[in-house]
Design a protein around this ligand. Structure first.
Ligand code: TGC
Ligand code: FAD
Length: 395
């Protein structure tokens, strides 16, 4: 009878259904290595960075040495890891802080991926090895003040002047903007949307930081201004034409968020579970009250389901059969559930839940940005809605 054996099986209180058991030894090694880095380098410092509203620039080189910048890209000094391995790294980084995962996402999935996917050989040689090592920092300028969810309406314009390009326009909410060495800037042209590789020391390029954020504070967010910014002909990404150029990059970063959100959720759940076992009210640990147990179990269900979903989508991506709408499915579900977990965890901690002494409210506030960037939850709902009905409800 299997029933008697079942009693002796050990069940983990976090990875309850043993999603970790589905990982290869190499994937587990990557998980443990990134987790170790987060435990020693990020967690002891991140509350302070968050409070100060900074992220140390030198972290770029450290993340490069860790091998997580452009880790799913091949060649040019990139590790060529699988999509699952990349996702696991995102999950572990975001268990530290979404700002750190954002740094890696923007560098690897947006700036580096754009060059890797759409660039020519010279652009790849010039930028990818330095970006992989974290010696150079990249950013990705798509959003504008008046064009967030609808980037196709962007006003930034690039016109020809002889063989050169002259770019004018403003980009808003750009992660790493003011610390970047190179910006991937998307602009309208007479022939539709094109992408440009812009060294940030180009005359006419400027970046200033956006202050007073209450979310993703351990992350630099900037406004980019391009004024009569003259670029040589070879600055354009030759293979990218139309909105599919930037949206193709977003698929990569959105996929990383499917995993990353579960890292933040795990950190919140673990904190709430520990707290519930030790915090005493009415002469007993609050984890002994039925209402607290229901909260913890609901968090556990969504954490494990979301992690399993991330792994499933990752395996599909590695097999080359993950559609953009399936990435939207994952981002929509996992960020929504991570936010719900963070909010529930916050209640378990009572007043302690509102301080930076515990990671929960930091993750909770970060997840508000994660819900919005890389496509809002509404946009991803409409992407999935369009896929299942065949009807476009965006306009
Ligand atoms: P639509 O007509 O549907 O499509 C235009 C062209 O794009 C293609 N396409 C895609 N290609 C690859 N991947 C995708 N996910 C794609 N979605 C669409 C499409 O096939 C078409 O190609 P073609 O060749 O036929 O021209 O475009 P639309 O204007 O109706 O817009 C659709 C919509 C709303 C889904 C899209 O605009 C969208 O995704 N909006 C959200 C914008 C967004 O996500 N912005 C993110 C900015 S970057 C950021 O937030 C970084 S945060 C960084 C951090 O982690 O810190
Ligand atoms: P809007 O598009 O104005 O949307 C406002 C609300 O209206 C949302 O709820 C939206 O879902 C809803 N809405 C809009 N249209 C519809 C519709 N058709 N149907 C239903 N609801 C609709 N961008 C970059 O390019 N690069 C970056 O590196 C970057 N980093 C970011 C970092 C942070 C911290 C943040 C907060 C944002 C970042 N962004 C970046 C910008 C981000 O991608 C945009 O904020 C996002 O795409 C939404 O655009 P918006 O803020 O203009 O909101």
């Amino acid at each position: 009878m299997t029933g008697t054996h079942t009693k002796t099986l050990r069940v983990d209180s976090v990875d309850f259904i043993d999603v970790g058991g589905l990982l290869s030894p190499e994937e587990r090694l990557i998980r443990d290595t990134v987790r170790g880095f987060v435990n020693t380098r990020i967690l002891p410092n991140v509350a302070e960075w968050f409070e100060e509203g900074t992220l140390p620039r030198e972290l770029g080189r450290e993340l490069g040495a860790l091998g997580v910048l452009g880790m799913h890209l091949d060649g040019y000094g990139c590790p060529g890891a699988s999509a699952v391995a990349y996702g696991i790294a995102c999950m572990e980084l975001e268990a530290g802080d979404a700002g750190v995962r954002s740094f890696a996402s923007v560098q690897g999935s947006l700036a580096m991926y754009a060059i890797h996917r759409w660039g020519d050989e010279a652009q790849k040689q010039r930028w990818l090895p330095a970006l992989a090592r974290g010696e150079a920092i990249g950013c990705f300028g798509l959003t504008e003040h008046d064009f967030g969810s609808n980037p196709g309406g962007m006003r930034t314009f690039a016109r020809r002047d002889g063989s050169d390009w002259i770019v004018d326009g403003t980009k808003m909410w750009i992660t790493n903007g003011s610390i970047a060495d190179v910006a991937i800037v998307w602009a309208q042209t007479d022939a539709g949307i094109r992408g440009f590789v812009v060294p940030t020391d180009t005359r006419g390029f400027g970046a200033s930081n956006i202050h007073r954020k209450l979310s993703l504070r351990a992350s630099v967010t900037s406004e980019l201004v391009l004024q009569d910014c003259r670029l040589p002909a070879e600055a354009v990404l030759p293979q990218a034409r139309g909105l599919g150029g930037p949206l193709g990059c977003l698929n990569e970063a959105r996929y990383g968020i499917v995993w990353g959100a579960m890292g933040a959720a795990r950190a919140c759940y673990e904190t709430a579970l520990d707290y519930a076992k030790t915090r005493v009210q009415f002469d007993r640990p609050i984890g002994g009250f039925q209402l607290t147990q229901e909260k913890l179990v609901n968090m556990l269900l969504e954490l494990n389901k979301g992690t399993l979903l991330a792994l499933h989508l990752g395996r599909m991506k590695d097999q080359g059969r993950l559609a953009p709408s399936q990435v939207s499915f994952g981002k929509l579900n996992n960020v929504r559930e991570a936010l719900a977990i963070a909010r529930e965890a916050r209640t378990v901690l009572g007043a302690n839940g509102v301080t930076l002494e515990y990671p929960v409210i930091r993750h909770m506030n970060n997840l508000e940005s994660v819900l919005t960037y890389e496509g809002t939850s509404e946009m991803h709902t409409l992407v999935v809605g369009k896929e299942i009905t065949g009807l476009d409800a965006f306009t």
